[in-house]
Design a protein around this ligand. Structure first.
Ligand code: TRP
Length: 465
């Protein structure tokens, strides 16, 4: 017998879960780094514009498709757009499979940093340790990598196994407020540091002479990743939403929360960086570095109450990642539940097990196993990425998400009739600032052209990952 469809148990349920999906490693790890690399101010402003003109309209479109169809990605496209369009959802399921494989490995690193910080907080921080070497040794340690990846996947599977209301919603209900609280404590601490002023200046004072055309495209690509758009995750979460809730209002809250948290995380990190003599100049290159290598040392040398805040901070990173990984696994799981009639429990275990297989390969691709670490998909031409993890990230961020997002704008803007989308968005009454005609213009013209540009530029060889 098919199980009755699970729903969010409260009004706040959807918003908390969707915000949980959006807020993740993209906000805490990737955004601060790319904002740094692109010289702050002007890049941040461009990113905000992208979120508003591309992110928000697509967010509304995805949630609309889910809520209207009450079925997860593949079924939603079949039902709302047409039988032939099921493949857009299918592409999302495939993307989820790949993304979760490597995301869970990086998420697992937060466990290691938490444990390391607990040790330093209790036993004292050894001033002469080489943190970079320690971290490189850790990611190259096969058994340890497998352990942290497995732990993280197990937690993810457990939550999805328990379902929407009792699993995902309950998790978000606890973790999102905790995350906001930890972030607030860190922000207060960071703002009391001497580099705070320079940090805010760097983030919010645009200097357009430094801005490059490629940065605009990088900002656009990141707005997809950070808002969990382009693979049907928001379609799936929207399918557990009741018609009493406004698609537009919920979309705006999720977008504002996600963007706000990315900015706060950056303000914290940049305050730390600008407060440490010589660090701003010496910092550079490694994406992983800022969050997992540079920051720990600062907690124990500069940051007020750092000994308490350091472990807490990596708990925050882990929490943020977990509410994101469950949303990716839910896309894969709900496909088997809605389209294949598999029970949720079996689907969660099966999908989770399959993803774990990809995760195991990724976990071993950072030094542990030579063949996986040196792996390239199309040789050097694929963004010059080395190792399976880096290649899969490249594949998902540069190809699968933008292509998926582009197809979604076509479906929602061009194939879905005006009558249907207008009726959906008018029920219940949207907030006063919303005008249907403007949304329709954005989803039909602005968003697909912008996303189309990313794809063209990627084809021309630009790397967004
Ligand atoms: N948005 C998450 C982050 O910023 C990652 C993520 C979760 C995601 N679910 C997704 C990205 C679905 C794309 C699609 O870390």
């Amino acid at each position: 017998m098919p199980e009755p469809r699970d729903h969010w148990s409260s009004r706040a349920g959807f918003v908390l879960a969707a915000a949980g999906s959006a807020v993740g490693l993209g906000n805490l790890w990737k955004f601060p780094y790319i904002a740094w690399e692109n010289d702050g101010g002007a890049f941040v402003l461009v990113y905000l514009i992208c979120v508003l003109v591309v992110g928000l309209p697509i967010m509304i479109a995805e949630i609309l498709l889910g809520r209207a169809s009450q079925v997860s990605a593949v079924g939603a496209f079949k039902k709302m757009i047409g039988k032939r369009w099921g493949f857009v959802g299918g592409l999302g399921v495939l993307t989820g499979f790949i993304m979760l494989g490597y995301y869970s490995v990086i998420a697992g690193w937060s466990i290691r940093n938490f444990v390391a910080c607990m040790r330093w907080s209790i036993g004292g921080f050894p001033a002469d340790t080489d943190l970079a070497a320690g971290f490189t040794a850790f990611v190259g340690d096969g058994p340890l990598q497998l352990g942290t990846t497995f732990l993280f996947m197990a937690a993810t599977i457990f939550v999805v196994y328990r379902g929407i209301g009792r699993g995902i919603e309950r998790l978000a209900r606890w973790l999102m407020p905790a995350l906001l609280a930890i972030l607030a404590v860190l922000l207060v601490s960071a703002m009391s540091m001497e580099g705070a002023g320079r940090a805010l200046n760097f983030l919010f004072r645009p200097n357009f002479s430094e801005l490059q055309w490629t940065s605009v495209l990088e900002a656009l690509g990141h707005s997809f990743f950070t808002l969990s758009l382009g693979m049907g995750a928001m379609v799936t979460y929207g399918s557990y939403m009741s018609r009493k809730e406004s698609v537009v209002r919920s979309s705006l809250i999720v977008v504002v929360l996600d963007t706000g948290i990315a900015l706060v995380a950056s303000a914290i990190m940049f305050s730390v960086i600008f407060s440490t003599a010589g660090l701003a100049e010496s910092l550079g290159k490694s994406t992983v570095g800022m969050l997992f290598i540079t920051l720990p040392a600062q907690f124990y040398t500069w940051i007020p109450f750092g000994r308490v805040l350091a472990p807490l901070f990596y708990v925050l990173v882990g929490f943020a990642a977990l509410t994101s990984t469950v949303s990716i696994l839910e896309v894969v799981t709900s496909y088997f539940v809605d389209q294949r009639g598999v029970s949720r429990k079996k689907a969660a275990l099966g999908a989770g097990g399959g993803v774990l297989a990809v995760g195991i390969l990724c976990a071993l691709s950072n030094g542990a196993v030579g063949a996986l670490s040196n792996f390239t998909i199309f040789g050097e031409s694929f963004g010059g990425k080395q190792g399976l993890l880096a290649n899969l990230d490249h594949l998902a961020s540069n190809w699968l998400l933008p292509v998926g997002g582009f197809l979604i704008t076509l479906c929602a803007g061009w194939v879905l009739s005006r009558e249907v989308s207008a009726k959906e968005l008018a029920d219940p009454e949207p907030p006063g600032w919303f005008h249907y005609g403007i949304w329709r213009f954005f989803i039909r013209y602005v968003a697909p052209i912008a996303v189309g540009l990313i794809i063209v530029f990627v084809l021309l060889g630009r790397d967004f990952s």
